[in-house]
Design a protein around this ligand. Sequence first.
Ligand code: CA
Length: 236
Amino acid sequence: MIPEASAEPARSQNDGLILLVEDDHSIGNLLRGYLGRYGYNVHWVRSGEEALSELERRTVRMVLLDIGLPGMDGFDVCRAIRARSTIPVVMLTAREEEVDRIAGLEIGADDYVPKPFSPRELAARIKAVLRRSEQATEPEDALTLGDMVLRRETREVAVAGEPVELTAKEFDLLAYLMEHPGIVFSRERLLDRVWGLTYLAGTRTVDAHVANLRRKLARPDLIRTVHSVGYKAVRE
Ligand code: CA
């Protein structure tokens, strides 16, 4: 028995297309209905061969892939997808041994959903896989330390949600320290990395910039002085 859908209607449209690969008519219909209710656009094909040709033609955000298919099975399809793409793949498994094969063969699936599935579980897994895969491909723009957030793209810094004005070198120094939390850097190393080798000023420049940062950020503990060595950014 496939559990009855619990009422949790989609409030907003989820962007992008899910390619559903399922040969069973009633399960395919059910899945398309579930996913539609959660706001996903679904393109449904009945075989692995069709799925691979659709992937050539369309931009797909994720593949939901049955294992027992006519022709190529889901394992073969997953391997074929992985040979050319890192698109998220969630496998639909009907039996325990299929779960073992997904784990054991390392075919590159991102997750699996056992049949029978509840709509809520399916939606939660899909959401989690999408979030993971999209985080992995996004550049690490925002750096955080305590309640401080630094965005490299826009060169903005905020403390407890309040923007803080920094000079270019103060920003670069803070970004460098925040990229390597917990690591102690000598003043010479910071001069080299942040100001560049050609910069001839002494290491007092670093001290002056750290002092300015502490004052402007009002978080003196986030950049620590390590006696007779240099500075480091710390998490608390
Ligand atoms: Ca099937």
